[in-house]
Ligand binder design. Structure first.
Ligand SMILES: N[C@@H](CCC(=O)N[C@@H](CS)C(=O)NCC(=O)O)C(=O)O
Length: 223
């Protein structure tokens, strides 16, 4: 029998990884339908109006789909409340949502475009590395992200509340992509953040995906 859920996207996408980690923490079975966002199948636009991954298909709902990693994670958290993804305390919950927003938008855009796409994706597509963009990302953008995150995690184990939450998943999944292009916060400058990234990515739920991604490295999704 097929799993209830199908997750459509590429394992190298930080947003797909975000959902995979959330599903693993909740013990939810799913099938990953690998597609490349750079060469998607014809049917993809009919389930993703923004032409973005991930997309979650719920077979218990007649195969209906949900778009956007945040929407998907919130749905899964409501539908499967065991191992909650968000703190119960209203303030900490709101803080988790803010960190998620920060990582999914500005961090993902600047660091994802400036480092991951440039150093990992474009070379696979036979395009040259834009060294000027890499340099600008490392000198102009990375330090302000790292400074902010250092201030938010210093003296704490997790970004919001007293346990791993969606905030941590959103942070760690972006740093997982950074690790694929050998970028990490300097422990001498950002000690709390560097230690946090190392210990969070070492959690079995992230480490298992990293092994899988490394084994498949050289691919950006799709058959
Ligand atoms: N806010 C969306 C962002 C999803 C997103 O941007 N995914 C990237 C892949 S990592 C994508 O599909 N990009 C399509 C494109 O750049 O054309 C989410 O959280 O799911």
């Amino acid at each position: 029998m097929k799993a209830r859920y199908e997750l459509i996207g590429s394992a190298m996408s930080p947003f797909v990884r975000k959902v995979r980690v959330a599903m693993a923490l909740k013990g939810l079975a799913y099938e990953l339908c690998e597609i490349s966002i750079f060469d998607p199948p014809d049917w993809f636009s009919s389930i993703s109006p923004l032409r973005r991954i991930p997309v979650l298909r719920d077979r218990d709902r007649g195969g209906a789909v949900l778009n956007d990693s945040s929407v998907i994670c919130h749905y899964l958290d409501m539908a499967h409340p065991e191992s909650p993804l968000l703190p119960e305390d209203p303030w900490e919950r709101a803080r988790a949502l803010w960190i998620e927003e920060y990582m999914d938008t500005e961090f993902a855009f600047r660091m994802g475009m400036g480092l991951f796409r440039t150093r990992y994706v474009y070379p696979l597509m036979g395009q040259p590395v834009d060294e000027a963009l890499v340099e600008k990302t490392l000198t102009k953008h990375a330090p302000r992200f790292y400074r902010y995150l250092e201030g938010e995690i210093a003296g704490k184990d997790w970004f919001a509340g007293s346990a791993l939450s969606l905030a941590d998943i959103a942070v760690a999944t972006q740093f997982a992509n950074m690790r694929h292009v050998r970028e990490a916060p300097d422990p001498a400058l950002y000690p709390a953040l560097a230690a946090y990234v190392a210990r969070t990515l070492a959690l079995p739920v992230f480490a298992a995906l990293e092994q899988e991604e490394k084994a498949a490295s050289g691919a950006i999704g799709g058959a």
